[in-house]
Design a protein around this ligand. Sequence first.
Ligand code: FES
Length: 161
Amino acid sequence: MEFKFDFAANKENIQKLREVIEENKGKKGALMPVLHKAQKIFGYLPIEVQSIISEELNIPLSEIYGVATFYAQFSLVPKGEYQIGVCLGTACYVKGAQDIIDKIKDQLGVEVDGTTKDRKFSLQATRCIGACGLAPVMTINEDVYGKLDANEVPEIINKYM
Ligand code: FES
């Protein structure tokens, strides 16, 4: 799913970003703090934002893209209002986590690491969240759903629609 970056609507945010860049310019290891702040300001790291950082910090865009895609805390697409996480740790996997993911994909038409067009839901596969006794586990923002059967998933998601 492509999300178009709106420069006009983000005018203030771009200004904030430029200030953050200015504060960090010339410092060693400036890229990580700038990316963190940018992720906070925009909620994600669109390529347009990466380009501004690249130009201002004089770091190749390919290097920035590499960092932005390597670390799980950065996202290249906007997160949904509701962030669905399905644990793919071993305990959850053997108890059918993949079926849960497939159900969500079908219902919302979203891929793993993707966000629905209306930006309401995003889907992520997570590592073990330490609730293996409840496997398989799905989280929606702060809510945790355990011992799930894939057939229960649509009804749960409907509550957030
Ligand atoms: S494997 Fe899913 S919570 Fe531990």
